[in-house]
Design a protein around this ligand. Structure first.
Ligand code: PLP
Length: 406
């Protein structure tokens, strides 16, 4: 028998487990609305045209496979801060931005979590309720204490702004607040510009450190600049921020693991020292980041022509999602007019938080009904990814939802 005979089975990941179940399904109607990855109108994965062009250029240069520096590729580090703050931002010119290229959004969050564990001992991280499920693992595995702040209001299917502000006001000074930069996952509910301003002011007043998870820049409005509104506003108001950036969704580089952990600070010396510590943490976690995806992202963002073309492709992806959103709402309005479906088009980004519950006192198990009866694969929190839907499947999905909600 094994010395590890006592190791218990870990629970399947609630999001990635959905894709596994989908692959195993033999239903001809099966629909995967679980994972947040963009699909085209044929529900096929997409490699962006700008990515193909960038790859051709990079291959042409026949570069070597040497290690990158611990902090990553310089051209990528410049590109990623330009994308976040806008090229030429004063914080960049003043050298008060610390950047490490890391393993996409998740790895960048984890480096940030390790930084908090080491340099903000005893600080609690406040997570929105609900949030992307992996946030709890990322902080929990570094033994960083986390708590929820109120975020989603099921009655209005909108933001519980009052509850959020109350909870953050009650957070001890020196706490960390994890904020979704845009296109909140899983709810699709973002604060308004005015509310963002109030959140920034509260963070300043209460000395809270804002930690932005920017995984969907471009997917909220289709515009990369507009979607960076919140972190840019916080910096404008003089706050120091930490940001985890991901190119998985907006550049479609999922498996290449491209992202960065960025700290925008108030002085250059602090940025230099923090960067040295981020490198120290990365060295022990994975030593140095992968090259290929970083070269692609750098090529696209640093080349005016490719950057403009990317903006067009971004609008195309965001636009397709917005269109199927509208079609789904129209179909649901027609099939079940007694219910208010307007939340579907009010929500933004890749997801819709449908309000379907795993187990409901009266209505049976609704998500189970979606999956077991209709072969619609989705997470048990009721989230569906609209990136996995096309016009041809709207009617089928609407019937499944109505059957599960009634
Ligand atoms: N943060 C949020 C809110 C996400 O939804 C995701 C991916 O689903 C990530 C971070 C990280 O993704 P990745 O590690 O692929 O960049």
């Amino acid at each position: 028998s094994s010395r590890f005979a006592d190791v218990a089975q870990a629970p399947p990941d609630p999001i990635l487990g959905v894709s596994e179940a989908f692959r195993a399904s033999t239903s001809p109607n099966k629909l995967n609305l679980g994972v947040g990855a963009y699909r085209d109108e044929d529900l096929k994965p997409v490699v962006l045209s700008v990515v193909k062009k960038a790859e051709t250029k990079i291959v042409g240069r026949a570069e070597n496979k040497e290690y990158l520096p611990i902090e990553g590729l310089d051209a990528f580090r410049k590109a990623t801060v330009d994308l976040l703050l806008g090229a030429g931002h004063p914080a960049i010119q003043e050298g008060r931005v610390a950047v490490v290229q890391s393993l996409s959004g998740t790895g960048s969050l984890r480096v940030g979590s390790a930084f908090i564990a080491r340099f903000m001992k005893g600080a609690t991280v406040y997570l929105s309720n609900p949030t992307w499920g992996n946030h709890r693992n990322i902080f929990g595995d570094e033994n960083v204490e986390w708590k929820y702040y109120r975020y989603f209001d099921a009655d209005t299917v909108g933001l519980d702004f009052k509850g959020m502000m109350e909870d953050l006001t009650a957070a001890p000074a020196g706490s960390v607040v994890l904020l979704h930069g845009c296109a909140h996952n899983p709810t699709g509910v973002d604060p308004t510009a005015e509310q963002w301003g109030a959140i920034a002011d509260l963070c300043k007043e209460r000395n809270l450190l804002p930690f932005f998870d920017v995984a969907y820049q471009g997917f909220a409005t289709g515009d990369l600049d507009k979607d960076a509104f919140a972190p840019r506003l916080f910096v404008e108001r003089g706050l120091e921020i930490v940001v985890a950036q991901s190119y998985s969704k907006n550049l479609g580089l999922y498996g290449e693991r491209v992202g960065a952990l960025v700290m925008v600070l108030n002085d250059k010396e602090a940025a230099t020292r923090c960067l040295s510590q981020l490198k120290r943490l990365a060295r022990a976690l994975y030593s140095n980041p992968p090259t290929w995806g970083a070269k692609i992202a750098a090529e696209v963002v640093n080349d005016k022509e490719l950057f403009d073309e990317w903006k067009g492709e971004m609008r195309g992806m965001a636009g397709r999602i917005e269109r199927v959103r509208g079609e789904l709402k129209t179909a649901l309005d027609a099939k079940y007019p007694d219910k208010d479906w307007s939340f579907i088009t009010r929500q933004i980004g890749m997801f819709s938080f449908t309000g379907l519950t795993p187990a409901q006192a009266s209505g049976g198990r609704r998500v189970d009904n979606m999956t077991n009866k209709h072969a619609v694969y989705m997470t048990r929190d009721g989230r569906i990814s609209l990136a996995g839907l096309n016009s041809a499947k709207v009617d089928y999905l609407a019937n499944a939802i109505v059957d599960s909600v009634r």
